[in-house]
Write a protein that binds this ligand. Structure first.
Ligand code: NOJ
Length: 559
């Protein structure tokens, strides 16, 4: 068993513009985060992943960086950032920064130079191409609607942008670009950070000849991606005791074992998207289909089993690009409290490092703003225009946004129920607060022993007490059951049993199935309940047959 601090850690993701505003300009900032460090410590988070705070024109909320080594004015100064890092380290916590190097902003000085002339020394920092018979060089689409190529008058060529046209893709074929990136990473590591989350890192190697025939998917897992990451590891990462997590679109467990395999010299772990696609339809994420628990279990089980002993999982159920987990996989109305806790139980008891996205720990929900004008996310705004043109009605499109829009996760943190704007800002928030803040907020959660917050806290504590929760092998018990998800975790003599009712109907869970009985038979007598998401303890005497209440979650220690 290869023990690592980052396997034993729980990561908490901060989306800075929506976390806490200290100066009343309506935008969250570093001093706001500093003021909440004790809150994060109380929760028990070990590592903070800070979404981009670098200088940026903010076309994609900081994922378009114009200077990698300075802090965006609206977030504060480098001094503030240093104080944040110190504040975390003093409390025994760590900090990982977002590394966005598939693309930069078009306002980065490299691009400003690059677009000036074909012989500019920075020309090859980006991907320029002449058109093909007056059209773009190929038929790739950008992830944010429209073509992935933008024509630039100054030199009469097109540049590639897999995201917005203000996010030109960097040319990783150019060794100078790679050197600049490695130097910049070294500079941050020498300031004392504890690792990186790497934005769309499996898109950095583009297919040779940039062939026609598909959308941006063609750039995924390009031919040189492992070579580049191994070089990055040799030149930079291997010199520090850090963690790295790659955001990798469209990967299978086999791919993940290449990016994060123990002996591969690349990354610590990756984010996979298979679960996030579970409710996508044939036309992508916006026009979805209902998800099924059997598929949900199959996906997690495959990742748990296929990576066992080969690579480490990252476990997340939402982030700043996804809808809120309780609205998507739980019940954000009558059963918000228990269903959020049930999902939290899953998050913390699979094998892998759990990632909590800000607000998840108090059960924040999706939002339904009345009109498109209240939305800020570039992907959402572009998609609205695109589908209006394609003939969808505004009502249909708004429903899709309510279900999948990224602003669901980006509404500001709800700190209390009594101040205007939930205590997030004294000014006007850049994105409106979810109107449910009077019921759902941190102040209420801290005061209520039965809150989702305290349940997260207990789960994090449990993880620290029981090594089996971190390192134990996973085994699914009931693949075919459409209502209950049950599995064991085993480490040497220690064994845990996790049982989760995913629906609002009570159910009897009998698990004297052929798969289950050999795993458990002799151990069930000694079962000890470690945690349950209801305030009264279940009455069942024998864990082989349980009466589960709506969304009930239980974790037993069997031996
Ligand atoms: C993935 C990030 O998580 C998302 O927020 C961003 O829009 C794209 N990458 C482009 O950087």
């Amino acid at each position: 068993m290869d023990k690592k601090w980052w396997k034993e850690s729980v990561v908490y993701q901060i989306y800075p513009s929506s976390f806490m505003d200290s100066n009343g300009d309506g935008i969250g900032d570093l001093r706001g985060i500093i003021s909440k460090l004790d809150y994060l410590k109380t929760l028990g988070a070990d590592v903070i992943w800070l979404c981009p705070v670098y200088e940026s024109p903010n076309d994609d909320n900081g994922y378009d960086i114009s200077n990698y080594q300075s802090i965006m004015d609206s977030f504060g100064t480098m001094r503030d950032w240093e104080e944040l890092l110190d504040g975390l380290h003093t409390r025994g916590m760590k900090l990982i920064m977002d590394l966005v190097v598939n693309h930069s902003s078009d306002e980065h000085h490299w691009f400003v130079e690059s677009r000036k002339s074909k012989d500019n020394p920075y020309r090859d920092y980006y991907i320029w191409h002449p058109g093909k018979e007056g059209e773009a060089p190929n038929d790739w689409g950008s992830f944010f609607s429209g073509p992935a190529w933008e024509y630039d008058d100054a030199t009469g060529e097109y540049y590639l942008h897999m995201f917005s046209k203000k996010q030109p893709d960097l040319n990783w074929e150019n060794p100078k670009v790679r050197r600049e990136v490695y130097d910049m990473m070294t500079w941050w590591l020498d300031k004392g950070i504890d690792g990186f989350r790497m934005d769309v890192i499996n898109m950095i190697s583009k297919p040779p000849g940039l062939p026609d025939g598909a959308d941006g998917g063609t750039c995924i897992n390009g031919p040189r991606v492992h070579e580049f990451l191994q070089e990055m590891n040799r030149e930079v990462l291997s010199k520090y005791d850090i963690m790295t997590v790659g955001e990798t679109l469209d990967v299978t467990p086999e791919d993940a074992a290449l990016f994060a395999g123990t002996d591969r010299g690349e990354l610590s772990m990756v984010f996979q998207f298979e679960l996030m696609g579970i409710d996508s339809g044939s036309d992508g994420k916006w026009w979805g289909k209902p998800w099924k628990l059997t598929d949900f279990k199959q996906i997690f089980s495959k990742w748990q089993t296929d990576l066992e002993g080969k690579a480490w999982n990252s476990i997340y159920l939402n982030n700043h690009d996804q809808p809120r987990l309780v609205s998507r996989f739980g019940n954000d109305r009558e059963y918000r409290n228990v269903s959020a806790k049930m999902l939290a139980t899953l998050l913390h008891t699979l094998q892998g490092t759990p990632y909590i996205y800000q607000g998840e720990e108090i059960g924040m929900t999706n939002v339904r703003f009345k009109t498109i004008d209240e939305y800020r996310d570039i992907e959402t705004l572009n998609m609205y225009k695109e589908y209006l043109e394609k003939g969808r009605t505004p009502e249909e499109i708004m429903e899709a946004i309510y279900a999948k829009g990224r602003d669901n996760a980006r509404t500001p943190m709800q700190w209390n129920g009594s101040s205007p704007h939930a205590g997030f800002t004294t000014g006007t928030p850049w994105l409106a607060i979810n109107p449910n803040y009077q019921d759902i907020n941190v102040e209420q959660a801290l005061a209520d022993d039965n809150s989702i917050f305290h349940y997260y806290r207990q789960l994090i504590e449990l993880r620290k007490q029981h090594e089996v929760i971190v390192y134990g092998r996973y085994e699914l018990i009931n693949a075919d059951d459409e209502q209950v998800y049950a599995y064991t975790r085993t480490l040497g003599q220690e064994q845990l049993l996790v049982v989760l009712n995913f629906y609002d109907q009570p159910t009897r869970f009998d698990w004297t199935t052929p798969e289950a009985s050999p795993i458990l038979s002799e151990k069930t007598q000694a079962a000890k309940l470690l945690i349950v998401n209801y305030d009264d303890v279940p009455a069942d005497a024998d864990v082989r047959s349980m009466d589960l209440r709506p969304y009930e979650a239980r974790v037993y220690k069997l031996s």
